[in-house]
Design a protein around this ligand. Structure first.
Ligand SMILES: C[S@@+](CC[C@H](N)C(=O)[O-])C[C@H]1O[C@@H](n2cnc3c(N)ncnc32)[C@H](O)[C@@H]1O
Length: 307
């Protein structure tokens, strides 16, 4: 795994844990209850995999069977989980997209002069990079290999999928010396931003495909949307797409961390359960629309694995 990814994730996690958590109680109660149900429903004889386990703020590890394994590429996540829950679980520190190192390396090679390491003229180079990113196909190889070897009965994706795009953006920004190089004007098309967004959509689809193909009981929690600004919003009863649920007195500025991917369209013939959404006021001027979905194993898988 690229050391830069580990560093970016450690920095993100530190910033996340330092946020003012005044408005987080409802989110934490809901996410812990959903993931806790997944842990309690798990077959203790099979492995349980917790993806995006982080420091365990959202994961009730006391309900996790002894077979539970954490997965998070933040190098401090396992030790933070130990400090929070007194549990030194087996852990995997790999990149869940399988493609972050290639994305960062492509950005670095394209943006920097090989002889001096200096940044080339930003405008030209960002167009060229946008073109190159289009040919990258993130493939969660380490995740597929782990699933193939350990055959987990239950997989929890604990609020990690919506992070893929943020982390991909950081990888590209690093090539430009850490500067934010995105177009600030929402009316203007930014080819690089569109290319990173398309890369993220491919990464999310490939990740979901690996989970669905595992045949495991899936418990997914992720950011379904992000609202910016101070306009108060509420959620109407469940409706598709998620944007149709939004209610506010004035216009809302929303973004889609899954970059256009609809999770329900990716699960093929699997039948979702416990589908719910709620608002999480993360901080000043930012509110997350969270989504939780259980995707039970396919009937064919259960009949071959009666226990
Ligand atoms: C919003 S936090 C989730 C917090 C966590 N569920 C908890 O209970 O503390 C997202 C987590 O996903 C991890 N993550 C993000 N992108 C990742 C990737 N590509 N591979 C592995 N882990 C990743 C981050 O390190 C972070 O801990």
């Amino acid at each position: 795994m690229a050391p830069s990814l580990a560093r970016d994730l450690a920095l993100e996690q530190r910033a996340f844990l330092r946020r003012n958590r005044a408005g987080w109680a409802d989110h934490l109660a809901r996410v812990r209850s959903f993931l806790g149900e997944g842990l309690q429903a798990a077959d203790p004889k099979a492995k349980v995999l917790i993806l995006g386990a982080g420091s365990g703020l959202e994961v009730p590890w006391r309900l996790a069977p002894p077979s539970a394994v954490g997965w998070d590429a933040d190098p401090l996540s396992r030790i933070r989980t130990l400090l929070r829950h007194g549990r030194l679980a087996p852990w995997v520190f790999e990149d869940l997209t399988g493609g972050m190192a290639e994305l960062s390396a492509t950005a670095y090679r394209t943006v920097r002069e090989p002889w001096s390491g200096r940044i080339r003229a930003a405008r030209t180079v960002s167009r060229r990079l946008a073109g190159l990113l289009g040919s990258l196909k993130p493939n969660p190889g380490p995740l597929r290999a782990w699933i193939g070897q350990h055959r987990p009965g239950t997989i929890l994706a604990a609020n990690v999928m919506g992070q893929f795009g943020v982390v991909a953006q950081r990888g590209v920004e690093r090539a430009f010396g850490g500067r934010s190089i995105w177009t600030q004007d929402p009316e203007q098309v930014d080819p690089l931003e569109e290319a990173v967004s398309a890369w993220t959509a491919r990464a999310v689809r490939a990740f979901l495909a690996a989970l669905v193909e595992s045949g495991a009981d899936l418990w997914l929690v992720h950011d379904r949307g992000v609202l910016f600004g101070h306009q108060p919003a509420t959620l109407a009863p469940m409706e598709e797409p998620w944007t149709a649920q939004l209610r506010a007195a004035g216009p809302l500025e929303a973004s889609d961390p899954l970059c256009g991917v609809d999770v329900l369209c990716e699960i093929k013939d699997r039948i979702p359960e416990k589908h719910q959404r709620w608002l999480w006021p993360v901080g000043q001027g930012q509110c997350q629309i969270m989504e939780a979905i259980r995707i039970p194993p396919p009937a064919a898988f259960l009949s071959h694995n009666p226990n």
